[in-house]
Design a protein around this ligand. Structure first.
Ligand SMILES: [Zn+2]
Length: 251
């Protein structure tokens, strides 16, 4: 089953590449088919096999020989790894579907934010919508969070980032605020605190790393969305484990 998940991940990842490229450009994600960004030649089936086509063609377009970004196979591979991690946590079922959707939405958001410094509202709305389904699913199954808790999470996540945005005079974008609010529905107030905590820890480590390695100044803009996304992914999959680890170590 793991192998099936892995191969499905490569195919899904190939579609996510299309989403990452086209959504911020407001192009359709279904039509036209994939083409070389350089010479516009439509890609044939042999050129569309995730990861392998790229390796086989040496990372170049078969028609115009222009370099094809290594990020395409990377995203495909990463998608497979993410789906495998979800599978290892919850097996196959409705929960797998929900966690896969939120994880992959966060992946798409990460790369769009890195490329364009925006988080499209449509993707944030999809996270909120999946959050509502998750809420309902947990509610029916009896192991979810309460509606009041989800509403508190929404206000806490969005509100806290709104405060940061105001206090830092635009250091945090509107996309980040909305994403945190949407994730609040998923996680409730305790969970969204963990998302924030992880995002700031990882973002902080990254910032210090950049400062040490490259001497980057304050002026260089690093989007915060990817750190929220990573914090959200880790919380969704390992939130309980992380909290348990933390509580047994430090309390
Ligand atoms: Zn080409």
């Amino acid at each position: 089953m793991g192998l099936v998940v892995f191969i499905a991940g490569l195919l899904v990842g190939s579609f996510l590449n299309v989403c990452i490229y086209r959504i911020p450009r407001e192009e359709s994600i279904v039509f036209p088919g994939s083409h070389c960004p350089s010479c516009n030649t439509n890609l044939k089936a042999v050129e569309l096999i995730p990861v392998f086509s790229w390796l086989w063609l040496g990372g170049k377009c078969r028609t115009c020989q222009s370099r094809i970004n290594g990020r395409y196979p990377f995203v495909e591979f990463l998608t497979s790894i993410i789906l495998l991690l979800v599978y290892m946590e919850v097996g196959i079922g409705f929960r797998f579907l929900l966690l896969s959707i939120i994880s992959l939405l966060l992946l798409v958001i990460t790369f769009i934010d890195l490329d364009h410094q925006i988080i499209p509202d449509g993707l944030t709305l999809l996270i909120a919508a999946t959050g509502l389904v998750n809420l309902l699913y947990g509610y029916v199954g009896g192991d979810g969070i309460s509606i009041l808790n989800a509403a508190t999470g929404l206000l806490l996540g969005g509100g806290f980032f709104l405060l940061i945005a105001v206090a830092s005079k635009g250091g945090m974008g509107g996309g980040d605020i909305k994403l945190m609010a949407a994730l609040g529905i998923w996680f409730g107030w305790q969970g969204i605190l963990l998302v924030m905590f992880l995002a700031f820890i990882i973002g902080g480590i990254y910032a210090v790393g950049l400062l040490v390695l490259r001497g980057k100044g304050r002026k260089d803009m690093v989007p915060f969305g990817p750190f929220i996304a990573l914090g959200g992914f880790l919380s969704a999959l390992y939130g309980q484990d992380i909290l348990l680890w933390y509580l047994t170590r430090f309390l």
